[in-house]
Design a protein around this ligand. Structure first.
Ligand code: IMP
Ligand code: MG
Length: 177
């Protein structure tokens, strides 16, 4: 399949700088404590692996899986857990790591699921935030970049499973969607 022309929104250098800042903020906020990083598959996997290495704390990480987008565009409105967490979260500091906060349905659902595990604290980080798309009022505790209502790929994020391996975050032209 041909690659459409992709416009770089955030370069790998810009991403690296912002991820380092987020890691420093998180390190400071949880100073002296341990942390469980929980990444949402598959989109947040690249972000989590960079973020984890910029956090100077006693940390572990794990992943959970949800299904919400059928083809990466339209939200079914329903979120389902398809891979649960393997580690114990009771009385732990948990940081939910998301690639994008879009409608907010996924983070709202996951916060509810995770709170049932009775963590000591649950915090959330989203590399990207599209506030204009929100259908449920939810905010992340840490946000990398606010972006306009564009469909983005790269740095873990996909369209129909493609482009996750791009090192930059790029805008997918609308005619491709
Ligand atoms: P929400 O439940 O609508 O907030 O959906 C969040 C999820 O939708 C993210 O974790 C992404 O997997 C996916 N998503 C939302 N916007 C985009 C985008 O622009 N590019 C790629 N995936 C996206
Ligand atoms: Mg995702």
């Amino acid at each position: 399949m041909p690659m459409p022309e992709l416009q770089v929104l955030f370069s790998r250098e810009q991403i690296a700088r912002r991820v380092a800042e987020l890691g420093a903020d998180i390190t400071r906020d949880f100073s002296g404590q341990s942390l469980v990083l929980l990444g949402v598959l598959k989109g947040a996997s690249v972000f989590l692996s960079d973020l984890a290495r910029s956090i100077q704390l006693d940390a572990t990480f794990d992943f959970l899986g949800v299904s919400s987008y059928n083809n990466g565009i339209r939200h079914s409105g329903e979120v389902r857990l398809i891979k649960d967490v393997d580690v114990a979260m009771e009385d732990r500091n948990v940081l939910l790591v998301e690639d994008i906060l879009d409608t907010g349905l996924t983070m709202t659902y996951l916060s509810k699921v995770l709170m049932a595990h009775q963590p000591r604290a649950l915090r959330t980080v989203a590399l990207l935030d599209k506030p204009a798309r929100r259908v449920t009022p939810v905010r992340a505790d840490y946000v990398g970049f606010e972006i306009p209502d564009e469909f983005v790929v790269g740095y873990g994020m996909d369209h129909a499973e493609r482009y996750r391996n791009l090192p930059d975050i790029c805008i997918l032209p609308r005619h491709v969607l």
